[in-house]
Design a binder for this molecule. Structure first.
Ligand code: ATP
Ligand code: ATP
Ligand code: MG
Ligand code: MG
Lengths: 164, 156, 156, 164
């Protein structure tokens, strides 16, 4: 499987529908301080099932929803979609798979795979099958590269277990 | 799960020391179990010796040395459990110019099996990517994407 | 000590918001007491609003925004309690190019009253200093100083 | 007072006697990863009375003593000296003041001001008088610039108290 497209709408500092296409190899993301680069990493972490708002740098899950700016009003929902492509789809299976996550300011959350409502558990199981299950070493957040070194021995063990 | 853990631990340990030597151009590094008799509960220690230095408590290593050692361990885990995606958010910030180039070369070795997404402020890192996006806040508080390299359609 | 604390707090709060606006080119920032009735035990909260953005939980700020806000508070404490020496070890690492230049200009404003010692890998920062030292490990494991700017005697 | 000179001998990665002269204004220190830049910041923190080996990135105070390299044997003592100049010395007082700290591998520690043996407390009191007492905001260690922001409200209060 490869990552094809990420779509953000109302997620953190992305009030307008934004699509990022990923090509194979290395994609660089640049821009001034505070423009939204780490929010894209958060969007990937979130759509892949991250449940702790602390790991998304917020004080509550509601902080993933666009909170307004000088000129724009706050929004009521955050939505992120990730499109994956299976390079060798077995007979009868879809070539493209899209996982979607929505969160409403009142607290409702909805998950979808190819448009069909599913539970969070279904998304997590699908990702585990394709090797995207363990995010602890697939997404290195800003300032946390040396966490592996500074962690306690038991925490390092848990990371190795995730890889096992 | 005991065998699963030990199999992963052994493979990651071997790759870790090879990748460490590659990134540092020499030296030694290895993992060790704090309690080898109890593979289900034991912790994991890290030993690292940059080239020309004595083995020391890893807390004495410099900011850049710690980051590079962490990246070596990360890549070792990646080799064992290949994941299609890897996001690295400003991991080059503590590195000097020579080590930034080294990291870039290293990422290019893996790029056929892994898609990397790399956030950076470093011009040297920007030059080694395959495609580049800029994020701006022309409208204050509202992020917008621009495609800055290799043409194709401007995403918005 | 109650009066001492409140006097320091008020002065630092005023300078903090002025320095914040200077570093960010606008916006607002201020301190607030978590328990104003009890000046001896109260904690101190920070509010920061970069230009064009809404006031938010400071944990949502970006890496660079947090570093700059911290520097603004640091300088406010410095103004209140001038100390002859200030050591800044790679504080420019999370900053983009424009903010590195901004920090350099800021340090030059204070240089008549404070001696700064700045460790950095950033070429822009290197250009704004008064004297520059290099540290090498030609002999592995053994640090040696070289004076790389403004001539004078080679310290060793 | 201004800082004039820092002398390291056997401190961390400086086995050979090393003198760093400081001029007024801004002094930059550059060099590759692991060459010894942050060790200089540690030397300043240490000679000014830092007692916690954790704040010096060590596992024990002994870690401040040069521990050997490929070719050089470990040393038995670490010594750091800081020379300060009083720009307006009152009648009869010295223009230059040198504070020195030594630590021996067996655990002995010696402190001196202008060559005379003193206690650590004397050094700390002298520094407090000249405005170098509170190091928490005068020396920002690597990676810790955002600590002020991430700290709990009570810790921020303590920092303001130090400045008071
Ligand atoms: N729910 C939200 N609504 C609106 N804005 C938000 C929300 N959550 C975060 N932000 C804004 O996003 C900005 C941070 O973005 P981000 O951390 O992605 O920056 P960055 O590009 O990584 O910057 P740096 O280079 O400094 O790391 C903050 O200024 C914050 O105000
Ligand atoms: N007691 C000691 N004896 C010998 N070497 C030591 C001792 N303590 C620390 N070191 C060495 O000093 C080096 C770290 O130096 P330092 O942290 O100053 O590097 P740096 O120049 O700040 O690098 P960076 O740019 O990565 O931050 C380590 O490699 C460590 O092995
Ligand atoms: Mg960021
Ligand atoms: Mg350093």
């Amino acid at each position: 499987y490869v990552i094809r497209k990420l779509r953000l709408f109302g997620f953190k500092s992305f009030p307008r529908e934004t699509v990022i296409r990923f090509s194979p190899g290395i994609t660089g993301i640049v821009g001034p301080n505070g423009c939204g680069k780490s929010n894209i990493a958060d969007a990937l972490l979130w759509v892949m099932g991250e449940q702790s708002f602390k790991n998304l740098r917020g004080g509550a899950m509601e902080d993933v929803v666009f909170n307004g700016s000088d000129k724009l009003a706050p929004m009521g929902m955050a939505e992120v979609e990730l499109q994956l492509e299976n390079l060798n789809p077995p007979e009868g299976e879809e070539r493209f798979v899209t996982i979607q996550r929505q969160y409403f300011r009142e607290g409702d959350a909805k998950y979808r795979i190819n448009g069909k409502r599913v539970r969070l558990k279904d998304i997590q199981e699908f990702l585990l099958e394709i090797g995207l299950g363990s995010k602890s070493f697939a997404i290195i957040e800003q300032g946390r590269v040396s966490t592996l070194i500074n962690a306690r021995p038991e925490e390092r063990r848990r990371m190795i277990e995730e890889a096992a | 799960t005991r065998e699963l853990f030990m199999k992963a631990y052994d493979a990651i340990n071997t790759t870790f020391s090879a990748v460490f030597q590659n990134l540092f151009g020499g030296g030694n590094a290895s993992l060790s179990l704090t309690d080898p008799d109890d593979p289900l509960e034991t912790g994991v220690d890290i030993f690292a010796q940059p080239p020309g230095k004595k083995i020391q408590n890893i807390s004495l290593m410099s900011g850049g040395e710690k980051a590079q050692t962490a990246l070596a361990l990360l890549f070792a885990m990646f080799e064992y459990r290949t994941s299609p995606l890897c996001v690295l958010d400003e991991v080059d910030a503590p590195l000097d110019e020579a080590n930034v180039i080294q990291l870039g070369q290293f990422l290019r070795k893996y790029r056929d099996t892994v898609q990397f997404v790399v956030m950076t402020h470093n011009k040297t890192t920007m030059e080694m990517v395959d495609s580049l996006y800029g994020v701006t806040m022309e409208e204050p508080g509202c992020s917008k994407m621009l495609s800055v390299k290799l043409g194709d359609s401007l995403t918005s």
